[in-house]
Design a binder for this molecule. Sequence first.
Ligand code: ZN
Length: 84
Amino acid sequence: MTHHYPLETLELYRHGKMSLLGRIVCSAHLKKCPECREKLNELATDDRFLDNLRQSMRSYGNIAGVAVGSSKNATSDDPADWDV
Ligand SMILES: [Zn+2]
């Protein structure tokens, strides 16, 4: 196996945006190729990093909301409504 998948292609694979045949070929390659698996893992790690970031932004918002929260006017600046 000398051909490796570029990151862009792995990204497509990850999001299921490949053709069925492409996915079959790619997953067969991934089974044999630790290098491409590693790249795929890194992409997934980036995602988790972003998720964590969003989550900590949310909890920060909640904490701030509690700290400020004596005013009970429910407006749209409730962090739970943020479409992050
Ligand atoms: Zn590979």
